[in-house]
Design a protein around this ligand. Structure first.
Ligand SMILES: C[S@@+](CC[C@H](N)C(=O)[O-])C[C@H]1O[C@@H](n2cnc3c(N)ncnc32)[C@H](O)[C@@H]1O
Length: 292
């Protein structure tokens, strides 16, 4: 069992964990809608691929465990801190029997599942292949160097007819502030560059139809949820918390110079009080693949 926290580009510190919680609340309407479209129901087994601290996993578990002892969500994440938080959060919600959080690499889902075979057997759910009704991956494929391996691993675990539901980015760099501002454009470029430098892809959804086909998943749904946020809106807190947390990391990683970060944050602060501006948020794509 690994104990060291790995260097994931957005970090796994407390403020980032909190941000993931807020982000889940802001996007949970879209997540629940996509799960319904993918046919989620009580009694199912769900794979949460890159589950983070478990915010979506708790919601998924509440649905699949309703009036059912069988419902199970198996989350995998490489962060030991997030995995511990997911397990503790599930227990606090009375969902300990319905959520198993596993530390592992989503690019090696089979071995990750096998590593907790004993615990799954103890819950009466042996971790056999082709046992999952639904897999869910949100904002994870854009960060992994080998998305092909993730899709292959998910496809191997799904039942025939099982669904893989994804929320992720394409054209991330189309995000902008209106009216346009050069300091904002510079930061968006730096964000995308930092993800690419670790093998991520802010255009990952553009590659998914081919990857799904390759691994025996038929795309049954492909759509985009493109939102805007105005200062004062709840949705404005999404880019706000992201930039306040990530811009200092961009300086630390060498993708942005301190004066550029300072200029951006000064402009962001001013615009945050201006009712006449809005943020054109990055397009969040939704994809569902059905296992042949
Ligand atoms: C932006 S967070 C999204 C978390 C969660 N899916 C959600 O929507 O709240 C990305 C997550 O992917 C995890 N992650 C990134 N690369 C990974 C990998 N190769 N294997 C497992 N987890 C990974 C990170 O630790 C982090 O929890």
């Amino acid at each position: 069992m690994k104990t060291k926290e790995r260097e994931y580009v957005l970090g796994t510190h407390d403020a980032e964990g909190q941000r993931l919680g807020l982000q889940h609340r802001l996007w949970s309407d879209a997540a629940h809608a996509l799960w319904r479209r993918a046919g989620i129901r009580p009694g199912q087994r769900v794979r949460d691929v890159g589950c983070g601290p478990g915010f979506a996993a708790f919601d998924l578990a509440q649905v699949v465990s309703a009036n059912s002892d069988a419902g199970l969500v198996v989350g995998v994440d490489e962060s030991p801190r997030y995995v511990a938080q997911a397990a503790a959060g599930a227990a606090a919600r009375g969902l300990a029997k319905h959520v198993v959080a596993i530390e592992g690499d989503v690019q090696k889902l089979g071995p990750a599942l096998a590593s907790r075979a004993k615990d799954l057997r103890a819950l009466g759910r042996p971790p056999f292949r082709k046992a999952f009704d639904l897999a869910w991956a949100r904002w994870v494929l854009c960060f992994v160097p080998d998305p092909d391996a993730v899709v292959a691993g998910v496809a191997a675990l799904l039942k025939p007819g099982g669904r893989f539901a994804v929320h992720d980015y394409f054209a991330y760099e189309s995000m902008t502030h209106a009216p346009k501002a050069p300091a904002f454009t510079r930061v968006i470029e730096a964000v995308a560059k930092s993800w690419r430098s670790r093998g991520g892809d802010p255009d990952i959804v553009g590659r998914l139809p081919a990857l799904f086909r390759k691994h025996g998943l038929d795309v049954t749904h492909l759509a985009v949820d493109h939102r805007v946020a105005r200062p004062g809106d709840a949705m404005f807190t999404w880019p706000d918390t992201f930039f306040r947390g990530y811009v200092p990391l961009l300086v630390q990683y060498g993708f942005l110079k301190q004066p550029e970060a300072d200029a951006f944050l000064a402009e962001w602060n001013a615009r945050s009080k201006n009712p006449d501006v809005f943020v054109f948020l990055p397009p969040v794509f939704e994809v569902i693949g059905a296992k042949r």
